[in-house]
Ligand binder design. Structure first.
Ligand SMILES: NC(=O)c1ccc[n+]([C@@H]2O[C@H](COP(=O)([O-])OP(=O)(O)OC[C@H]3O[C@@H](n4cnc5c(N)ncnc54)[C@H](OP(=O)(O)O)[C@@H]3O)[C@@H](O)[C@H]2O)c1
Length: 238
């Protein structure tokens, strides 16, 4: 039996990943979310509510410890681009302390707290792909448009944290393959206000995106490095 862990499981991509994995024979899916009630149930699914505070994360890690060596995949789906009073900035005047702080918290600090807890859990796991949902707009080299200051900065900072983590994991958790992943533009709550100008075929359903993620990461082997990949499996410049 293998175990797949999805963190930030109630969102568009998280739910699609859970649905895809829970029907694979021999797979147990552990879904972790701030949402108390699972949106669906299945015999292979265990839903754990967690508010992403350090104490609550440690409690989840305790629950995962007995099956640590069976974990084959961990996917961190937490991320936020907009909210009621949080709009991606088009110009410097729209930048403010609150939106920067809030996006850094959900997009950078929450994944960092999970990484801090997960790497010690996975030290004896023979082979596990740890995929963290980043975004192409987190790439500094690929930034030719500007704007979206807080979101871009939070994902660029996430990528840097992941690089540090990959260097440390190469010593401490040799079975871990770390991936910073861009899923393409996916039809979820996060992208919904920004879908008007997309080319035909550019918008992926959450189900397609979940399949792409699994295909791209399936063949990856622990090599002590961080990969920054898009949904086609192509490397994104830092
Ligand atoms: N959709 C796209 O086009 C697209 C493109 C590039 C990158 N991404 C990235 O893909 C990931 C998944 O996004 P999605 O499209 O599935 O969006 P979504 O449907 O809005 O889901 C976002 C997830 O992030 C978590 N989250 C939201 N606010 C949070 C907060 N304040 N603190 C901690 N966690 C929070 C939620 O987890 P809970 O279950 O715990 O509530 C939720 O599952 C994100 O990291 C996003 O940046 C998406």
């Amino acid at each position: 039996m293998s175990v797949e862990v999805v963190i930030g499981a109630s969102g568009g991509l998280g739910q699609a990943l859970v649905r895809l994995s829970m029907v694979v024979p021999g797979t147990r899916v552990i879904a972790i979310s701030r949402t108390t009630l699972p949106p669906f149930t299945h015999p292979a699914l265990q839903w754990i509510c967690c508010d992403n505070s350090p104490g609550a994360i440690n409690k989840v890690i305790e629950d995962l410890t007995p099956c640590a060596e069976m974990i084959a995949r961990v996917t961190l789906c937490n991320g936020r681009l907009h909210d009621r009073d949080l709009i991606p900035e088009k110009r410097l005047e729209q930048l403010n302390e609150q939106s920067l702080t809030r996006l850094l918290h959900s997009n950078t600090i929450v994944p960092a707290l999970w990484l801090k807890a997960l790497i010690p859990l996975l030290t004896a796991t023979p082979r596990v792909v740890l995929t963290v949902l980043s975004a192409r707009v987190g790439s500094i080299g690929d930034n030719h448009l500007g704007g979206w200051y807080s979101y871009r900065a939070s994902k660029a900072a996430l990528n840097q944290l992941l690089q540090c983590c990959a260097i440390e994991a190469a010593r401490r958790a040799k079975g871990v393959k770390l991936v910073a992943y861009h899923p393409g533009t996916v039809d979820t709550r996060l992208s919904r206000p920004f879908q008007q100008r997309l080319r035909p075929g550019q918008l992926h359903s959450p189900e397609q995106a979940a399949r792409h993620l699994k295909q791209v990461t399936a063949a990856l082997k622990p090599d002590g490095t961080l990969s920054y990949l898009d949904w086609r499996g192509e490397t994104i410049p830092w």
